[in-house]
Design a binder for this molecule. Sequence first.
Ligand code: SF4
Length: 439
Amino acid sequence: MGATYLTPGGALPYCKGCSHGLVLRALGQALERLAVPPEDLAIVTDIGCVGLADAQFSTPHTIHTTHGRSTAFAAGMALADGTLAQGRLKPVVMIGDGGAMIGLGHLVNAALLNPNMTVLVHNNFLFGMTGGQNSAFTPEDFVTSTTPTGSTTPPLDLGQLLLASRAPFFARKLATDRDLAEVIARAIAHPGFAVVEILELCTAYATRWNPLTGAELKNLADRAGYELGILRAAARPTFADSQRRQALRAPRASEWGVIPGEFSAQLREPLGLVLAGTAGEHVQSAASLLARAAMRAGLQVTQKNDNPVTQGTGFSVSELILSAEEILFTGIEEPDTLLVVSEDGARELERNAVFTQVRPETLVLADLKVPLPDLPCQVLRYPFRSAAGAKLAGLAAIVAWLSLTSVLPLEALWATLEARFGTEAAATRAKLSPFLEAA
Ligand code: SF4
């Protein structure tokens, strides 16, 4: 005997005549037809009456999500499963027209990304659970609680939108169609992103306020200009296919993308370092070089960057945590090291009260000309800007600090520079040489 999916004999929790029941049963039949292993199935529901569906399934994985986000949840699962695991997961989303409107961007993005998943859009032309309000799918002249004299705007054509978004499979069916289970089965079996929009009856509101019956659904579709049937069933590489292809082209270990752990660092406690300078002067890039050098020396690293929205003006600050152990919190409450290479950077640290976090054991390396408040710790001054130039000031501060503290071998930084800049690294290194053991 095959697996069962819908809880056998369970009464569905919908109003009498509601089409959700037809669709749930058609989905159950489709799953039986395909004999999807229950443990490979993930039923993902959205908010609304359709959100009660997950409780109707006896399969192990059901997820009830926030409004409009079910597609995004399922896409995340499908992308992770397709790229990191065996790609056996079959997420099936059930979302209403209200949720589809709220999460339209997720549907478009999923269509573009093409994860292996299926979305059933239960389109009954209004928000059922919350009182029959209109949605973007409400047809013209349709009466809802928010359009009591009939909607004056045309309904969204989801099929056209998703076909333009490159969805490889799209079908539009009526809930009353005899072949609904077969079309849903085709959607689930289709490799990639597949959507079935199902035109339904909400008997609590839609059929009460509008001359709508099961037999009328087809006429409504015609009036809305909706094409019915399977509008596209095309082959297209899934996201996982594309990732696998990409992986075959992955950079070799000697290139910038892969960081070999070829040095070792002597770091007993996690260390929080803040590099503060001016936007456009490669502050964050310098911090990134240090981060990568630390990884070459076997350390765990986090980097958080901050700059104004303008990107090229004002301050630029990077916070790095270096640690021999896994880093579970990326914030720095009291920095161990401050590297301050411009007035913009110093002002931003002042504004964020970073100087008040300085302790006697904090080490501060600052440009000669940058004004600093009185600090209760050692402050070492260097001509970062005048000797190395503004765009190398951040890196110069890092070289001076590494040279002074030996937190990790300078060779790790030179190797990182070489991996990043190739033959140009030698010239950069020469400009930084004044900061070797220059304290
Ligand atoms: S309110 Fe409408 S959509 Fe909700 S269960 Fe009742 S008939 Fe179905």
